[in-house]
Design a protein around this ligand. Structure first.
Ligand code: SAH
Length: 216
């Protein structure tokens, strides 16, 4: 490993200990994945030194890569065991998709900005991820051809729950989603035999979901 990569590795271990583990994320599989995935490869060169700090970072086109702890927290809520098919809305930098790809069978990720989707698909391919499928489009409608999903993670904030996503969740499936306008709350939805269960989790700030969401 070269010296620079060695430095990033150290920063990554510290990030896991001080930002993620200390705040209560306990799943060992998840912690291991955060120690491994090179977050600095998902940001522009001039921001690589900040890649392991406790904050979101800009990724261009007004979008951002979420704070590491929030990525970990949302991932943990999905309770992935390894065999799942997971839908992500808002590919962005691809960091969340890479984390998911390490923890489940296949990831389906939708991004509304074509250039960003293409750039990120290349990044993930160059890192060797082969279980992620990309789609350019409006995630409000989900991905019907690939549904149903065991888990859904939404990383751009709508002001209401997109109904099509609920319909693409398997019984026993989970969806984690920020809902609100400027300030949002993370909600966990669970599809059960007795219907949909909803639980409010944490206050968060994500970029707003765009597109069809504004018509409803
Ligand atoms: N998961 C990302 C964070 C993405 S930021 C990561 O790990 O980096 C939110 C992303 O959602 C942005 O890239 C934005 O362009 C995208 N987005 C906004 N509205 C969308 C929509 N309706 N469908 C799909 N993607 C959307």
């Amino acid at each position: 490993m070269d010296e620079q990569e060695d430095k990033f590795q150290k920063m990554r271990l510290e990030m896991v200990e001080k930002q993620i583990e200390s705040r209560g994320v306990k799943d060992q599989r998840i912690l291991e994945v955060f120690r491994k995935v090179p977050r600095h490869k998902f940001v522009a060169r001039n921001l690589q030194k900040q890649a392991y700090t406790d904050e979101p970072l800009p990724i261009g086109e007004g979008q951002s890569i979420s704070q590491p702890y929030i990525v970990a927290y949302m991932t943990e809520q999905l309770k992935l065991g390894g065999g799942e098919r997971v839908l992500e809305i808002g590919t962005g930098s691809g960091y969340q998709a890479a984390i998911l790809a390490e923890l489940c069978d296949s990831v389906f990720t939708i991004e509304i900005l074509p250039d960003l989707s293409e750039h990120t698909a290349q990044t993930l391919q160059s890192l060797g991820y082969s279980n992620i499928q990309f789609k350019v489009g409006d995630g409000y409608r989900g991905w019907l051809e690939k549904a149903p999903f065991d888990a859904i993670i939404v990383t751009a904030a709508p002001d209401h729950v997109p109904q099509p996503l609920i319909g693409q969740l398997k019984i026993g499936g989970r969806m984690i989603i920020p809902i609100g306008e400027y300030y949002q709350e993370l909600y966990l939805f669970r599809q059960t035999d007795e219907g949909l269960q909803k639980e409010k989790k944490l206050p968060v700030r994500f970029v707003p979901m765009r597109g069809e969401v504004d018509e409803h």
